[in-house]
Every structure is written in C-alpha cells, then in structure tokens.
Ligand binder design. Sequence first.
Ligand code: IPE
Ligand code: IPE
Ligand code: MG
Length: 253
Amino acid sequence: MEATAELEAKVKQRPLPRHLGIIMDGNGRWAESKGRPRLEGHREGSTSVREITRCARRLGIKALTLYAFSAQNWSRPSEEVAGLMELLREYLFKERREILDNGIRLHAIGDLDKLPGLVRDPLDELRDVSADNRDMVLTLALSYGGREELLQAAKGLAEMMLRGEVTGHPTEAQFESLLWTQGLPPVDLIIRTSGEHRVSNFLLWQGAYAEYVFVDTLWPDFRAPQLLDALQVYQARERRFGLTGEQVKAAAS
Ligand code: IPE
Ligand code: IPE
Ligand code: MG
C-alpha cells in the first residue's frame, strides 16, 4: 500500500493525460479461469471501475472515459446482456454518493436510446444532478461504437449543410461539435487490458494522436498499482504529433 502511495506521488509529478480512455477487457476470461460464470467477472470488474475512478480522481486526471458496453456487445447471449444491464444499474445507484461527493460529473456517450429504462433512468438522473461538477468528468461509453458515432456526425453535418447552417467547406471544429464526445479534450492515452491489441471501435476520431498502452492484466485484476504502471509507460513516451524529435525538444525547452 505504502509502495502504491509513493508511486502515486511520483506519477503525479510528471505530465498526466488530460483525458484517459480505458478499454476494460477480460472480465469473461477472468471468471472462466476461476471456473465461475462470466457475470462474476463483470461484477468483479465493477470493483476495478470504482478503484480506477478513485485513483484517477486523486491524481487529478480531468477526464476519464470507460468503455463499458459496445454497440457490438448487444449481440452477446441475451442473459449476459441482461446481467450487464443489471450491473450497470447497480453501479449507478452504488456510486451515486461517491460521484457527487467528489465533484465528478457523470457523462455518457453512445446510442443511449437503446439502453433499457432500468439503466437509462438512473443514468439520466445522475447526469442531471452531477452536471455542475467540475473536478473530473467520468464518461461511460455505453452502446458505444466509434463508427456509429462518426456516421451520425456525418449525417448531422449533411443535414446542417442542407439547411444552410454550414456553408462552404465544413471545418474540423464543426464536425467535432457533432460527436458524442463534444466538449471533452482529445484523448491522450488509451489503455486496453487483457492482452488484446486492438481498438474494437473505441474513440476512432478522438484517438487519432492518443498513446496506446496494452497490458496483459485482465480488467478485474487491474487496480491502482496497474494504472500507475501504465501511466509511467505513458510518461516515458515522446509524443511528436508529426514533428521531428528535434522540433519537439526545441519546443519544450
Ligand atoms: C469486457 O470483458 C466487458 C465487456 C465487453 C462488456 P469481456 O466480457 O469482453 O471479457 P472477455 O474478453 O470475454 O474475457
Ligand atoms: C471491447 O471489448 C468493448 C468493451 C470493453 C466494452 P470486446 O471484448 O467486446 O472486444 P472484442 O470482441 O475483443 O474486439
Ligand atoms: Mg472482451
């Protein structure tokens, strides 16, 4: 524990991502490795969500986006989908106090109309009551797909052009204003757990210049020490944004 506190202090001294995204993967394999039903992995995973949110908040990370349920996850067996929806509801009730007490604004991105009322209602309520909180924005990506997000933004832009609200060549800013992540800073770091090296439709536009850190740890085992390790990997990277290393060093000095 002491070691974690020390590491936390060290990580805090160096530049942190303004916006951290996490692809929380490996719940099913965690449960299967223990001979338990997949849903138990998802349940244990919600403890990781709590611990990672707390740690990110302590570190002063301003935006945390958690990939909790993808547009494609609707095609999983119906019992697993139903169990995940129940867990989400439970999460929203259990974390309500902690979110409000810690100045966290809860936000959600995705095709939220697809969510059942049992999730949508507490989600809307918590989004409303936490709307003025400014210390951190916690975004849940639910029924989320990057392609789906880009397609709806492209449709929105086409409609605006037809109505004459956008004239000439649309700008990046105009397009971004139609994304579900509108108002959030660009994502600096995306962590994916469970040893898979893919993006799985997460923040396709927003991650254009993100650093990626892939770790083998399964999500239910990913806690504060593992987050701090991943942040140290990020802090050792040089982000060049298309420039040369020399240019980056000159700009920093
Ligand atoms: C991530 O864990 C949670 C969701 C995608 C909802 P998985 O359920 O994908 O776990 P694995 O990848 O099958 O182990
Ligand atoms: C990505 O994980 C979605 C979430 C973490 C919510 P998946 O387990 O659904 O992704 P694939 O199937 O391995 O690409
Ligand atoms: Mg998975």
